[in-house]
Design a protein around this ligand. Sequence first.
Ligand code: ZN
Length: 250
Amino acid sequence: MGDKLFLFLALAGILLVVAGCMIVTNPATKRKDIILIDDAQEVEIGRQVAAKVEKRYQVSRDPKLNSWVKEIGQRLAAVSERKNLEFEFKVLERKEINAFALPGGFIYVNKGLLAMVDDDSELAGVLGHEIGHITARHGIKKLQNQIGYSLLISILFKNNDTTRRIIDTAFTLISLGYSREDEFEADKLSVIYTYKAGYNPEGMVKFLQKLKQMEKREPLEIETFLSTHPPTSERIKRIKEEIARMIGKK
Ligand code: ZN
């Protein structure tokens, strides 16, 4: 028995070392995170999930819309804690009011959401929130919790089947959305990034207030957004508190 336990511990130790497991303080959340997936692996996973997304949904060819999103997105990414990542911002030809972030820096905004945006500060609020999911590593941590062990094995043995399964799991996890706490954290980070990049952080409040109005009128149109985010009024309340804190700090 003792021998087996020793063997197991030794093997687990080797796996962790080989996979480059680290405990680091996340600069965005100030929390200690166990990192099994390093930046390069995260980008690779993100890229493969992005390819899946773009196979399923059409990327808009409207140069104006795409450059609008890209310009604001890059300005925000440049003041974030993970500016080393090459962020990509793209518009999808979808009516649903939604935006989402993949690990590694891939961010998508639906055309339906853009139709609701009245100025740069509102779009900055939305994009800052998505960047927040990436800097706080929400997606990659979810994935790590789900497939941590098999991930280590696949990295060690370069198993293609497992890699494919990881990409599928990542895709499903991202469509399921994040926890309430993760959403609030992304909102908080959005306030910080928009403010630092020189946008009015009240833009996110304005955007969410419009969303709240729509919830009553056309609940179906925003179904996906509502199912994956905490109550809008609670988000507005917390964002206002964060703005007050931010401005007070100045
Ligand atoms: Zn979110």
